[in-house]
Design a protein around this ligand. Sequence first.
Ligand code: CDP
Ligand code: MG
Length: 698
Amino acid sequence: MAQFWKPGTEKPRLLEDEDGGVVFLSSSFSSSSSGYGFASIEKQRQRLPVYKYRTAILYLVESHATTIVVGETGSGKTTQIPQFLKEAGWADGGRVIACTQPRRLAVQAVASRVAEEMGVKLGEEVGYTIRFEDVSNSDLTRIKFLTDGVLLREMMDDPLLTKYSVIMVDEAHERSISTDILLGLLKKIQKRRPELRLVISSATIEAKSMSNFFLSSKRRRALEGDELLRPSLEPAILSVEGRGFNVQIHYVEDPVKDYVQAIVSTVLLIHDKEPPGDILVFLTGQDDIDAAIKLLTEEARGNGKTSSGLIILPLYSGLTRAEQDLVFSPTPKGKRKVVISTNIAETSLTLEGIVYVIDSGFSKQRFYNPITDIENLVVAPISKASAKQRAGRAGRIRPGKCYRLYSEEYYLNEMSVQGIPEIQRSNLVSCVIQLKALGIDNILGFDWPASPSPESMIRALEVLYSLGVIDDDAKLTSPVGFQVAEIPQEPMVAKMIISSNELGCLDEIITIASVLSVQSIWFSIRGAQKELDEAKLRFAAAEGDHVTFLNIYKGFLQSGKSSKWCHKNFINYHAMKKVMEIREQLKRIALRLGIVLKSCEADMQLVRKAIAAGFFANACRLEAYSHGGMYKTIRGSQEVYIHPSSVLFRVNPKCVIYHSLVSTDRQYMRNVISIEPSWLTEVAPHFYQQQRHNPNIH
Ligand code: CDP
Ligand code: MG
């Protein structure tokens, strides 16, 4: 085995011995998620570890306000528990069972799986809702999957979430910002609705701290009396014993320099030397996944022996339905599937057939610095808890192997035990406005599962004040504050939309907001960078990327929304269709808020002003021409550069506003528009007040 391991330098080391356990291979597990009859699906359900706990779960939910279910990924928590609850009558009388997920792709995937298991049409008895996509029916849907963010939005219309009998907060260990807000709010709702049941489910053992969080409310409520009328307030904890097989862990001896290259070599070695079984690779994001696929395809091609039989597939959130289906469909006989994924496959989704896992040791994480007021997605080391989860994916159907592209020493001594909850490393602007809209004014005093830092909170309040969303008493302003809260977009985008009313350019601004809501409208084809750049030039606007989007949208409409036209221009047709859908929804919402659908025709100054009215906090000024143009943020004096994908790359206008930052070797601004510095004090006098005499502005 040792000689087969090349990345880094050396031989792998065996940590845990394969225990030679029974090889579990049953026909139903290698069969597809489509094409089998009802009986087979029923049998599959009964085989899941969670099935044995059906009675226990139903009993605990009946008798406890909160039930915490811990069980390894793939044990059936997400797909089975909502069905158990429905079978036991929790959805009778028009009530609904909700199950939340932090990730949109997971919502779609589990909802369609559950609809299939129940033999119903997706969108009827079983439905789902994610931002900009509602596949549910208010009369028919009894089990509803939704993102935790969408459930938070539903609270704006129905603060006590009265239509739900049970709310299952799934993937609680991920500690996404919305999950944490939701947990805090649900704890409040429980006080008012003793009949509401919560199920908190999680893949790792952090049940105790979760239980303590819900326990403190027990003490409070005990003081309020009438406890006899209520279900037990002490949370129940149930641990589902999994059926995972042993996974051998291999480490590299020396740190890997280029993990994309290391992954490619490891895949080829496994394919060459190891028995059949699919490979799951954990990388960080779409960019490096695409790079790894490109390299793997090339190297496999150049290596006749190993090339045959590999099916290489990406898995990340921007995939179309068809691409997702490929990932979940069974591997044909004699082939080996290689799924290269973000950490979405860590716990949110279960892939059948995986025997080998390659763990890069990294994931993309959000980090926010309240001092510089900069938030970006950074490729950062994962925690031990994540590393264990990743390895566990290899042991679902039989003993497997996990190749870690980091050293054992690093794992033991340097890797942090748990990740930091997202709320402690995020910009809190969206979070604060959501809580304000729900009438929670004392945000620092809110009952958080983990408290955000006061600095981040103060920063968020300051930005919201500058946006005109909250007043001197930190209350939502009327109408702007309430309007911004109503629009399902981050507050800066929402403010941009509202400002377009006065400027008479809503038509253009909702197009821009829609394009900014999809991952990318460009279609990158391996090895065709030059053609892509040329296509971009055809639409490029001197003002910047946002105006370029308007040109593309116009071209798309003129082509009669043609997929051929998209193909010819390197534009992602699916993304454009999504843009159209989002645009329709934003238009409906804007009209409901009384914003008039006007176009400013060719006057792009108005469009740029509307962008500035929302995104003034992201204004930067050109400082030097070094490294292709060095900018500094006007407020925080942070060094930033225009991303090479921007049409303003190397154009370097004097003053720009960016939509987001990505950090690699430097901080890069993505989606950039040029503005006049004097607009800043016009649109955000408070924010730039102290800088009135700052030479950076005038
Ligand atoms: O939530 P948990 O990780 O405990 O498991 P689950 O998502 O409910 O998955 C239970 C089983 O359903 C696994 O064997 C999955 O492979 C299968 N499943 C599937 O085939 N297709 C899906 N879209 C989701 C789950
Ligand atoms: Mg799950």
